[in-house]
Design a binder for this molecule. Structure first.
Ligand code: SF4
Length: 190
């Protein structure tokens, strides 16, 4: 980023590609270094700002770009259809009810206390995790609901990619889902 400033933004494609490789490939923006930096330099902030710059130049890495396109179209970054989502929830609830006969997994329950959201990989690849979450919520007696709207994905791949408008849109969907259902609390899986 300093080099970019030094050159006043006059850089070639090779430089930009190196920048992209660095900001997407070497830092997860966890901010751990910021917590310990004696000068208070936020590497994560610099990386995040540079990712936005990359997005503005159409340089979002393909893997992230396709996940983001999925999120915007389907409401989750793995492109899971509403039908598959519902089927997975019903399947895991059925399994759970063999162990906890009274277990529930309310979908779009108005006025519930908590809206629970998920990482899409827990729906698509690790449904046993969904089983675990439902078991925990039921055992805790939580007044919860899931949503079938496009607001159930708790990840925000737009934020991670550095695409601010997309991040705002995805965040807004989760907030809208919670507001539509009148919940008091949003439980985010990530
Ligand atoms: S924020 Fe700092 S500690 Fe975290 S991955 Fe990036 S460079 Fe490493």
């Amino acid at each position: 980023m300093a080099e970019l400033l030094r050159r006043k933004g006059v850089v070639d494609e090779e430089f930009l590609q190196g920048l992209v490789d660095t900001v997407y490939g070497t830092c997860t923006m966890c901010q751990r270094c910021t917590m310990f930096c004696p000068y208070g330099i936020s590497i994560a902030f610099i990386v995040r700002a540079t990712r936005s710059l990359a997005v503005s130049q159409g340089l979002t890495p393909p893997g992230l770009a396709s996940g983001l396109a999925n999120a915007l179209e389907y409401g989750n970054n793995l492109g899971i259809s509403e039908e598959d989502y519902r089927e997975t929830v019903e399947w895991q609830l059925e399994e759970l009810q063999a162990e906890m006969p009274d277990a529930v997994a309310p979908m779009d329950k108005k006025g519930a206390e908590v809206l629970v959201t998920f990482h899409p990989r827990d729906i698509k690849f690790y449904p046993q995790n969904l089983y675990g979450y439902l078991k925990l919520y039921n055992a805790a007696g939580l007044d919860f609901t899931l949503t079938s709207s496009k607001g159930w994905d708790s990840t925000n791949i737009g934020l991670f990619a550095g695409d601010d408008p997309a991040a705002t849109e995805l965040c807004g969907r989760v907030v809208a889902a919670g507001e539509n259902l009148g919940v008091r609390t949003l439980l985010s899986a990530e």
